[in-house]
Ligand binder design. Structure first.
Ligand SMILES: Cc1ncc(COP(=O)(O)O)c(C=O)c1O
Length: 362
């Protein structure tokens, strides 16, 4: 293993601004899951996403709150992307829902619309559809809305990976019934751990906020007519989030230049996805190799040089945890998993780091 500095896949990019705001939050006395900084973070999110927003403890918690809102329960059908992180369907799975997977469109890299329509023909009473935006690339929100509206099935956009991107002019997550963001340590902006529920419907967001704070009624004592959750984001992390939102334009600029550098300098790879209906945030730069052998060789070379890289998501329909689940298509995401590689994409990467990565691969 090389002695050179380790290059990580997607480390957080934080600095003095984040430290200063956390200190300010600390000094305000609101060292709690409520306070002015987390309220300010809600407002900043709402302003970039052009809809209502509430910050919670993770993207997974945000999805769980939406499953509660839709009353997803045992035996309900939930249709979701297969090429995604497991959290897209985790909350529905834990409620006993029957998860049905839909493959990826080869060109755009996000959910296949014809296959989604096929899934909805078989499961017209699906409780909801959850497409996942992938690696900074938004799904086609308008087309998804018309497919779901026609059948009266709520659309929940998992925009955990697309903060800062646009779908045909719409900001990430602006569509359907509601959407979620993630601010995990590896995401485009981070609060170390965190997420958000977003919706054009104010009621959806205010109920999510209420449930995230134990669904407490307005009384002096603890009065409840519904059982809630403890999912609200801490005020300290809200401070971190505020500084990160201010940094977002610079992060996006850097992510794009990392992607452009790889696209220019790497040979023998295909840019993924090859067709973009949306303006990507380039959360992770992804490239496809001719075959799995070549991809695995690239991972080994990078690993020997102390550089982290990772195969594209293993599709959920191929995971043991979902053995027996229905899947529409499946070969496209399987091939992406075999041949696709995510390269280091942290906003803090310097030109020298990028040159080292490309030299290692050549
Ligand atoms: C597509 C997708 N959905 C959901 C999540 C879950 O978010 P969190 O880690 O904040 O719970 C993640 C990332 O972690 C993700 O990549």
């Amino acid at each position: 293993m090389s002695e050179e500095k380790r290059i990580y896949l997607s480390p957080p990019w934080v600095g003095e601004e984040e430290k200063a705001l956390i200190e300010k939050a600390f000094e305000s006395g609101y060292v709690a899951p409520c306070g002015p900084m987390v309220d300010a973070f809600d407002k900043k999110l709402s302003s970039i996403a052009k809809q209502h927003a509430v910050a919670v403890s993770s993207g997974t918690a945000a999805l769980d709150l939406l499953m509660q809102e839709l009353n997803v329960g045992r035996g309900d059908v939930v249709i979701a992307s297969s090429l995604t992180f497991i959290a897209t369907v985790g909350p529905a799975f834990h409620r006993g829902a029957k998860i049905v997977f839909v493959d990826t469109d080869e060109k755009t890299g996000v959910i296949s619309l014809p296959l989604l329509e096929e899934a909805l023909r078989k499961y017209p009473n699906a409780k909801c559809v959850i497409p996942a935006d992938i690696y900074g690339q938004c799904s086609p929100y308008e087309s998804l809305e018309s497919i779901c509206n026609e059948r009266n099935v709520p659309l929940i956009i998992d925009a955990a990976e697309s903060v800062g991107a646009f779908s045909n002019g719409r900001p990430s997550g602006l569509g359907g019934f509601a959407s979620v963001y993630s601010f995990n340590g590896n995401k485009i902006i981070t609060t170390s751990g965190g997420g958000a529920v977003l919706s054009r419907d104010e009621g959806v967001v205010s109920r999510a906020k209420w449930r995230a704070q134990q669904a407490r009624e307005n009384a002096l004592w603890y009065e409840h007519r519904e059982v809630g959750f403890n999912y609200r984001m801490s005020n300290l992390l809200g401070a971190l989030g505020c500084a990160q939102v201010d940094r977002l334009p610079e992060i996006l600029r850097r992510k794009k230049s990392i992607f452009d550098f790889y696209s220019r300098e790497l040979s023998d790879v295909t840019i993924y996805p090859c067709e973009r209906e949306s303006e990507s945030s380039h959360w992770l730069s992804v490239f496809l190799y001719e075959n799995q052998l070549k991809r695995d060789e690239a991972i080994k070379k990078l690993s020997d040089a102390n550089i982290e890289s990772r195969p594209v998501w293993k599709p959920l329909h191929l995971q043991d945890a979902f053995r027996g689940c229905d899947v529409f298509g499946g070969d496209v995401s399987k091939k992406l998993f075999e041949n696709g590689l995510c390269l280091p994409s942290g906003a803090g990467l310097e030109l020298g780091d990028l040159e080292r990565i490309v030299e290692t691969l050549s």
